[in-house]
Ligand binder design. Structure first.
Ligand SMILES: *[C@@H]1O[C@H](CO)[C@@H](O)[C@H](O)[C@H]1NC(C)=O
Ligand SMILES: *[C@@H]1O[C@H](CO)[C@@H](O)[C@H](O)[C@H]1NC(C)=O
Ligand SMILES: *[C@@H]1O[C@H](CO)[C@@H](O)[C@H](O)[C@H]1NC(C)=O
Length: 201
């Protein structure tokens, strides 16, 4: 589905587990990822842009930059290898017109809060649908932020995507904050929040 602006994934229950539809992809071969992307981009994004080709998108797809995210590597960015998703994102230049494909080590749990700035469009989080990667954090609406104020349902999302043209493939987004006490009503704990347009899952 193509995401509209301001889509807020904020289900009422805690322990939100979003397993993306792409997990049903038949195989994890590289060629299948490319086919899946092409299919998604033509059927979803194509539709939301009036059915025609989106020149910015086409151009971004033709100049891909590949990053590998593996917790146990020590390359510190060399050859595009990083330990954390946030570190890799920090190294994407503002207003990049290339597609950055962040290949997250399969079957790995990344315990980090991820924020993708509006200024970083065309980013893909990619893993293996048969052995998906999990991104998990545990903030709730009542968790206090750096400013000492509660984060609220919006600020507590594990992953926030502000930018356009985001793609996720084979990724589980999770918030594993404990269930609220019975009667408590401020314990929302969303896993994924997408504000950008033309996102694809
Ligand atoms: C990125 O684009 C925004 C919006 O067009 C602009 O305000 C900003 O200065 C640009 N930043 C860079 C680093 O080019
Ligand atoms: C997003 O990026 C812009 C440009 O680099 C920066 O000015 C802004 O503070 C960033 N926003 C957040 C919430 O980090
Ligand atoms: C969230 O996770 C961190 C790191 O694992 C832990 O220190 C903290 O106690 C957890 N917070 C809650 C509210 O469970």
């Amino acid at each position: 589905m193509a995401m509209r602006k301001d889509t807020l994934f904020c289900p009422p229950r805690l322990l939100v587990l979003l397993v993306l539809g792409s997990l049903l992809a038949p195989s994890h071969q590289e060629g299948d990822f490319d086919k899946w992307v092409t299919l998604r981009l033509t059927t979803n994004v194509g539709k939301s842009t009036g059915g025609g080709k989106d020149p910015e998108l086409t151009s971004a797809e033709s100049s891909r930059v590949n990053n590998g995210i593996e917790p146990n590597n020590d390359l510190g960015g060399e050859n595009g290898y990083y330990k954390t998703i946030s570190e890799s994102i920090a190294n994407i230049p503002d207003n990049s017109t290339s597609r950055y494909v962040l290949t997250l080590q399969a079957g790995t749990v990344f315990r980090e809060k991820v924020f993708l700035n509006k200024s970083k469009p065309f980013v893909t989080f990619k893993s293996d649908p048969k052995n998906p990667t999990t991104i998990v954090w545990n903030d709730t609406a009542t968790t206090l932020g750096k400013d000492g104020k509660p984060l609220g349902p919006v600020g507590s999302s594990t992953v926030t995507i502000e930018s356009d043209y985001f793609i996720a493939y084979g990724i589980i987004f999770k918030n594993d904050a404990p269930l609220p006490k019975p009667g408590a009503n401020k314990g929302q704990a969303p896993a994924l929040r997408v504000l950008g347009t033309k996102a694809t899952f």
